[in-house]
Design a protein around this ligand. Structure first.
Ligand code: SF4
Length: 460
């Protein structure tokens, strides 16, 4: 998710640069909306940014204010009508919305909004619920409107909004999803991660506070914080640190690459093993593997090559597509690993789709032993806050013991990072993380029967 206000510029182009940097956060669809003299234009398309935008598409989205989005669905199917940014009409004219997160009470909110304002819903997303709520919320200013909506939306929401005369960034009161602000030569940018600011050549200014609304308009940047949001604590998704965010992004002043190295080192302390080589499952586990190698004294090697033109399997929407992706994704190098006792570091095991296949590949390439080390605790609980881990039935650690998972994967041994080890590492300057997928301690009340398709029937 990106927002740009750059005076005198074609901001959609800058926004698309940011979206390319955030491609890892969503690969199902992409879009950019821009505001030009009171009119908002949008272009969205299915697939990667490079697929959604063909020749000339971006040029037609004119204006010095723009927002953009790459979609990873958590509520609502992966289809073109659900692509973002979404545009709705409201009391103050058109409003474009890009949303990262998941609204848990979207079904109830949607019913309330329909009866209160008679809104016409076009999609099956929670994001459209957010859009109509904000567009119709009472209040003279945008912070007032957002503050009206904030307590009504339960769950995770980092938002980039576009009005005819402003770009607005919003972070939910628990700061579950990241959002940061940067300075451009001729304006300002907001983005889900600092790596996008880097690519846009924006100077990182700061992360938004939990509950903060930042309005960027002709006069500059204005900020307001909802109630006592900051003082009530934060619940940033720890999975961002383990897997989701790019290693070159910075959160809480810490580089994700370095944090993951530290996680790998902690994993080595918790689960040492006699081995000849440490390899990481590329790319997301490489930093942790380097940390494991450094701490254990076992050399690190690149034993597995990832085909970079196959997307992240975890964020593909359907199981069949995920399976296919895994088979196309990795190729081991026998010359490096044959006859070796391997430590294989993975960032997480969610459904267990990838791991048995990788272990099998390594054995067929001649690995003498395969010791799996997972740089996250066992994921036993679904996420309702913006990571599509799906149902409890699909989570392997919710249904099997660690020895059973070891046997299923075909590994010689299996060790997970402990919750305590993980939380000791990430409680840095600010503290306050959600770790519910490991512990079941959700930072907000959740309805355990909630599914990704919960608004599909309402739309049909
Ligand atoms: S449940 Fe897990 S993935 Fe979801 S927000 Fe919390 S830490 Fe992140």
């Amino acid at each position: 998710m990106v927002g740009v206000y750059a005076s005198g510029s074609h901001s959609a182009t800058m926004t698309s640069i940011g979206l390319f940097a955030l491609q890892h956060r969503g690969q199902e669809s992409a879009g950019v909306a821009a505001s030009d003299h009171g009119r908002i234009r949008v272009h969205t398309g299915m697939g990667l940014v490079s697929e959604a935008f063909r020749d000339g598409d971006i040029d037609r989205v004119t204006g010095e204010m723009a927002i953009g989005h790459t979609r990873y669905s958590t509520t609502g199917a992966s289809r073109s009508a659900n692509a973002q940014p979404l545009i709705v009409d409201g009391l103050n004219g058109p409003l474009a919305v890009a949303h990262n997160g998941n609204i848990i009470n979207s079904r109830q909110l949607r019913e309330q909004i329909q009866s209160q304002w008679d809104c016409d819903f076009q999609t099956s997303t929670d994001s459209e619920v957010v859009a109509h709520l904000l567009a119709n919320a009472p209040g003279k200013t945008w912070p007032e409107k957002v503050f009206y909506a904030m307590p009504r939306m339960q769950g995770a929401f980092s938002l980039a909004l576009l009005t005819p005369d402003a770009v607005i960034a919003v972070r939910d009161p628990l700061g579950i999803r990241p959002l940061c602000l940067g300075r451009l030569e001729n304006g300002w940018a907001v983005a889900s991660e600092t790596c996008a600011l880097d690519h846009m050549q924006a100077e990182f200014t700061r992360e938004l506070e939990p509950g903060e609304v930042v309005v960027i308009d002709r006069e500059g940047v204005h900020s307001a914080i909802y109630g006592d949001a900051g003082r009530r604590g934060r619940a940033l998704c720890v999975f961002e640190w383990i897997y989701f965010a790019r290693p070159d992004s910075v959160m809480d002043g810490r580089l994700m690459h370095t944090v993951r190295e530290e996680m790998g080192a902690q994993l080595a302390r918790e689960h040492p093993v006699d081995a000849d080589l440490v390899i990481g499952i590329p790319d997301s586990s490489t930093s942790a593997a380097v940390g494991f190698a450094r701490e254990s004294g076992v050399p690190f090697a690149n034993g597995l090559v990832r085909n970079r033109y196959v997307g992240r399997t975890f964020i593909e929407p359907e199981q069949q597509r995920r399976d296919r992706g895994v088979r196309q994704k990795f190729n081991p190098m026998p010359a490096v690993i044959s006859g070796k006792r391997l430590v294989v570091v993975d960032d997480s095991i969610v459904r267990g789709t990838t791991t048995p296949h990788v272990v099998d590949l390594l054995r067929r390439a001649g690995a003498a032993e395969v010791h799996l080390r997972v740089c996250a605790p066992p994921i036993k609980h679904p996420c309702y806050l913006g990571v599509d881990m799906a149902t409890r039935q699909e989570l392997i650690a919710a249904n099997m013991s660690i020895p059973e998972i070891r046997d299923l994967t075909g590994a010689d041994s299996l060790g997970y990072l402990s919750v305590r080890g993980l939380m000791n590492l990430v409680h840095g300057q600010q503290g306050g993380f959600c770790d519910a997928c490991f512990t079941g301690n959700y930072p907000v009340p959740v309805q355990l029967e909630l599914t990704k398709q919960s608004l599909e029937r309402a739309t049909a």
